[in-house]
Design a binder for this molecule. Structure first.
Ligand code: KIV
Length: 281
């Protein structure tokens, strides 16, 4: 099984690595068997699975519901649960309780938290308690209203210095890795070479130690426009549309089910009723 020590070793040995989001049993099983070393139950599930306009409405209970399914599907990957908005914002105690639920109920091995500043202290406390923390800096979607939209962060030298300082503080507090989202490539490179823990980029160029993509984006399982940095490794939305249209068409024409085909798994000829209504009829 991949552990936080392996993730550190990847960086130490100069091995770049992939992380993908997963939200359910089957996708986790497939990605895990494909050898993806880290699966993130991202709060992006609020948008891609539940249809919310941002990640803000997704609750800890919803996250844990999906985390449990991912944990059932996965055998090898390091599983990271993304702490949703307002599950760690009230107090350090609240953050500990939420992270504890992710591990105890959700079956996660680590948690991810967005931001620097006061998140540094939460990172220290969780790490002390044996819950590994993945940091997340740059474009932090839970602060979408503060940022005035989903905008690249760290473009000015002052912003870049802030992100660099937060990265160092998170490392010092015990974070085992750091997501860098929506920052200029040069800044991502600067952060990556300034800290010992691995960085994982999304929309941050090629100079990070690892890369993460959202499951639906990388498979082309989206209806709208994907962000510019996304590479689609498949076109599932098109495939599903084509398959659904073909199915509906064949049902309309009466070519499915094939009247000539014997739908029997055990070699016994199905009855006319079974042919019409399915096995067990
Ligand atoms: O929620 C998520 O999917 C994320 C990744 C984009 C890093 O935070």
């Amino acid at each position: 099984m991949t552990t936080v020590l392996d993730v550190q070793r990847f960086k130490d040995e100069g091995r770049r690595f992939a992380m993908l989001t997963a939200y359910d049993f089957l996708s986790a099983r497939i990605l895990d068997e494909a050898g993806i070393p880290i699966l993130l139950v991202g709060d992006s599930l609020g948008m891609v699975m539940l249809g919310y306009p941002t990640t803000l409405p997704v609750t800890l209970d919803e996250m844990i519901h999906h985390a449990k399914a991912v944990a059932r599907g996965s055998r090898q990957a390091l599983l990271v649960g993304d702490m949703p908005f307002m599950s760690y914002h009230v107090s350090v105690e609240q953050a500990i309780e939420s992270a504890g639920r992710f591990v105890q109920e959700g079956g996660m091995h680590a948690v991810k938290l967005e931001g620097g500043g006061r998140v540094v202290e939460i990172t220290r406390r969780l790490t002390e308690m044996g819950i590994p923390v993945m940091g997340h800096l740059g474009l932090t979607p839970q602060s979408v209203h503060q940022m005035g939209g989903f905008k690249v962060q760290g473009k000015t030298e002052a912003q870049a210095e802030r992100i660099l300082a937060d990265a160092k503080a998170l490392e010092e507090a015990g974070a085992f890795s750091l997501v860098l989202e929506g920052v200029p490539s040069t800044l991502a490179g600067r952060v990556t070479s300034s800290i010992r823990i691995p960085t994982i980029g999304i929309g941050a160029g090629p100079q990070t130690d690892g890369q993460v993509l959202v499951f639906h984006d990388f498979l082309g399982l989206t209806t709208g426009k994907a962000p510019k940095f996304v590479k689609r490794y498949a076109n599932f939305a098109d495939d599903i549309t084509r398959a659904a249209q073909q199915f509906a068409d064949e049902v309309r024409k009466g070519t499915f089910p094939d009247p000539e085909h014997e739908y029997s798994a055990n070699g016994v000829k199905p009855s006319a009723r079974e042919v019409k209504y399915g096995a067990g009829a």
